[in-house]
Design a protein around this ligand. Structure first.
Ligand code: SAH
Ligand code: SF4
Ligand code: F3S
Length: 436
């Protein structure tokens, strides 16, 4: 292994939290080789763009960033540009053609090879699916945060007709219980209080326990909650069909599992869900929510929506709005449908952009209205807040409520890492304000 003194690495993550996690791992892989992180790209010897392929806009952003980096690269002698992540996986050859200044291309399941690609192999593209080997070769170092994201599961076997994830991240893979717990122990040493378990299909988790038996997410959550230092556990993102009874039961019985669930539904119309190949109906979604609420009545629900999927009529869209009104999501993410090359839905006739935009705006107004009402309902009440960072203003700290709301509070004393029961005194559109 070559050790390069005083080298600098610049990393940029696009897309989901799994990419943020992967970028941290890439950084950790280069640290023993003498690299430290810089947030100034002009100082960097190695630039890694960890990209997202989920919508066309995300991909365009990468190519426009490469264009900007070209100017910097032309002024430096020794400067390597790496494209990692889901765009690298999906269109490695195309990047090579469109952007000759790129030095290496590496996918999400083979980035552990990056140091050796740079040093000896000189392999230009690595898009192998090496999930098992990858996790065996990663390095983990705490970011000194109060809360850490931990990838426990990767990939997806669901193949929704709009989605690139099964192609970019590969088929479902679950890490073993021992692997995950060993990683958590590293973060406990630096004082974390919360873990957020990540997976593209996290509730399909089926890793091996020490006994060699395959276990599910409920087992993993219960096992992690045995760490006294860990006070809060969350997980995302889930599929409605994998909300098993055992997982619902943990929501009732495990006090460390937070009463918040991100459960994407995408549409409120059965006709569209079928065309999307979501493999669940609106009725199934209501059934899961109602079972969950019987276990944990105060659970806060979040979701993802796609508007303007091919064939979506006004009537289908009204059904989505109706579902939002009935479930009363406390937050949600909504997107205009973006046809993705290679996915089955890309062959269908795309609907007019102006219609998509109007629907997105109506849907977002409704969600925002509901979020405001929800947040207002906490004014005057006391809540447990875990503070994890400083705010923009002097003496301001920001934390999360058990329902995942952002809460800010003034304090002369440092609150980071503190879990406090405080009174909510105000609410803005997206956050709450507290006072001791
Ligand atoms: N695994 C998760 C999330 C995958 S991607 C799930 O099963 O829901 C995150 C979100 O991006 C999706 O929930 C979906 O709402 C959105 N998305 C995925 N593909 C898209 C596309 N082609 N156009 C617009 N939005 C998309
Ligand atoms: Fe994509 Fe999620 Fe569907 Fe998998 S379940 S194909 S990740 S939207
Ligand atoms: Fe994007 Fe890949 Fe995540 S496509 S959303 S970075 S899994």
């Amino acid at each position: 292994m070559t050790i390069n003194k005083n080298k600098k690495i610049f990393l940029k993550s696009y897309g989901c939290q799994m990419n943020v996690y992967d970028s941290n791992r890439i950084k950790n892989l280069f640290e023993p080789r003498g690299y430290s992180e810089t947030d100034n790209i002009k100082d960097a010897d190695l630039v890694v763009l960890n990209t997202c392929h989920i919508r066309e806009k995300a991909v365009e952003k990468v190519y426009s960033d490469i264009g900007r980096i070209k100017k910097i690269k032309n002024q430096k002698d020794d400067f390597k540009l790496v494209i990692a992540g889901c765009v690298a996986q999906a269109e490695g050859e195309e990047i090579k053609k469109r952007a000759p200044i790129v030095d290496f291309i590496v996918g999400p399941q083979s980035y552990h090879k990056l140091p050796s690609m740079l040093e000896e192999e000189k392999k230009f593209i690595n898009d192998d699916f090496l999930q098992n080997e990858k996790f065996k070769n990663l390095l983990f170092k705490s970011t000194n945060a109060v809360s850490e994201f931990i990838s426990i599961q990767e990939g997806c076997d669901k193949f929704c007709h709009f989605c690139v994830v099964p192609y970019t991240r590969g088929s479902e893979f679950s890490r073993s219980i021992i692997d995950i717990k060993e990683e958590i122990k590293i973060y406990i040493k630096s004082g974390i209080k919360e873990v957020i378990l990540l997976g593209q299909n996290v509730n399909a988790y089926h890793g091996l326990a020490n006994s060699g038996k395959q276990v599910d997410l409920s087992y993993l959550i219960n096992s992690i909650s045995e760490f006294e230092e860990i006070k809060r556990i969350r997980y995302m993102t889930s599929h409605p069909n994998d909300m098993t009874d055992s997982l619902l039961e943990v929501h009732a019985n495990n006090k460390k599992l937070m009463p918040f669930l991100h459960l994407p539904v995408q549409s409120g119309s059965n006709k569209i869900l079928k065309k999307m190949n979501r493999k669940h109906s609106v009725e199934k979604y209501y059934e899961v929510i109602s079972k969950l609420k019987s276990k944990r009545p105060d659970i806060a629900l979040s979701s993802d929506f796609i508007v303007g999927f091919p064939g979506e009529t006004d009537n289908d869209f009204d059904k989505t709005m109706e579902l939002i009104k009935n479930i009363k999501f406390v937050i949600a993410y909504s997107f205009i449908y973006s046809p993705r090359p290679g996915t089955p839905a890309a062959k269908l006739r795309d609907i007019d952009l102006s219609i998509k935009k109007a629907r997105l705006s109506a849907l977002q107004s409704l969600l925002k209205e509901q979020q405001i009402i929800y947040n207002k309902s906490f004014i005057g009440k006391k809540m447990d807040i875990l503070f994890d960072r400083t705010g923009r203003h002097k003496d301001q700290f920001i934390g999360r409520s058990i329902y995942n709301q952002s809460v800010f509070m003034k304090s002369k004393k440092n609150l980071i890492g503190k879990n406090l029961n405080v009174k909510i005194i105000n609410s803005t559109d997206y956050a709450l304000e507290a006072s001791i």
